[in-house]
Design a protein around this ligand. Structure first.
Ligand SMILES: Nc1ncnc2c1ncn2[C@@H]1O[C@H](COP(=O)(O)OP(=O)(O)OP(=O)(O)O)[C@@H](O)[C@H]1O
Ligand SMILES: O=C(O)c1ccc[n+]([C@@H]2O[C@H](COP(=O)([O-])O)[C@@H](O)[C@H]2O)c1
Length: 191
């Protein structure tokens, strides 16, 4: 079983999340993608963060695909830190080939995440390109420190079978949706 895990605030969920998951499902040959709704991103302000239940409901409504599941695992195990989550997941499911999925924007600040090198050593990472972030993503500390572990895009399908650290940048069609823009449009009364 090959499972992609995409953590997110989903404040709210949007078509960009669906796009990133479908790219990962197809390009990595995954069986499932799990949307892991974060109780609170440790690096984001709690101000303006909708309640967990609202964000979970938003993700559930958007995840309209038979291979995409929405999970409250982090609330369940009581952590906000991806390093804890991934350690717990791999310990509980030794037979599953996990991949961490994130957008290119998150690659840029990844070295500020708690125990980021440990995360990179826990499971392969798939980075889905996002409009406006490609250049900076390639200059990210993660990309430089782990340049030796980058898997060519043509071999993306092998990523789930590789030992970490291993990561791959998935280009292709980009999706412009963002939660920030949706919140801003709502504040202006447009959505
Ligand atoms: N349009 C998109 N293309 C590719 N990846 C995306 C896209 N939108 C979100 N993601 C990725 O999905 C994950 C969860 O994103 P998140 O819920 O924070 O949405 P967001 O639109 O980035 O929110 P915000 O604007 O509030 O920061 C992150 O890894 C993010 O990079
Ligand atoms: O563990 C950390 O230090 C950490 C720091 C920043 C972000 N994350 C995780 O990254 C995922 C994407 O976050 P977000 O807010 O960009 O959707 C989500 O699962 C967060 O919990 C995790």
């Amino acid at each position: 079983m090959r499972v992609g895990v995409m953590g997110g605030s989903f404040n709210p969920a949007h078509e960009g999340h669906l796009h990133a998951s479908l790219v990962a499902l197809r390009r990595l040959g995954l069986d499932r993608v799990v949307w892991m709704v974060s109780p609170q991103n440790p690096l984001k302000s709690a101000r303006g963060m909708a309640p967990f239940t609202d964000r979970f409901a938003s993700a559930s409504a958007m995840a309209r695909h038979p291979r995409i599941l929405v999970s409250d695992y982090e609330t369940h195990i009581g952590t906000r830190y991806t390093a804890d989550t991934l350690a717990s997941l791999t310990a509980r499911h030794p037979g599953v080939r996990f991949v961490w999925i994130m957008g290119g924007d998150n690659l840029i600040g990844f070295h500020r995440w708690d125990r980021w090198m440990r995360i990179a050593r826990t499971m392969p990472v798939a980075v889905v390109a996002r409009p406006g972030y490609l250049h900076r993503a390639l200059g990210a500390k993660f990309a430089i420190r782990l340049a030796h572990a980058r898997v060519p895009e043509g071999a993306a399908r092998t990523l789930p079978d590789r030992s970490a650290p291993a990561w791959c940048l998935l280009h292709g069609r980009l999706h412009p949706a963002s939660s920030t823009e949706i919140r801003a449009a709502r504040a202006r009364g447009l959505a």
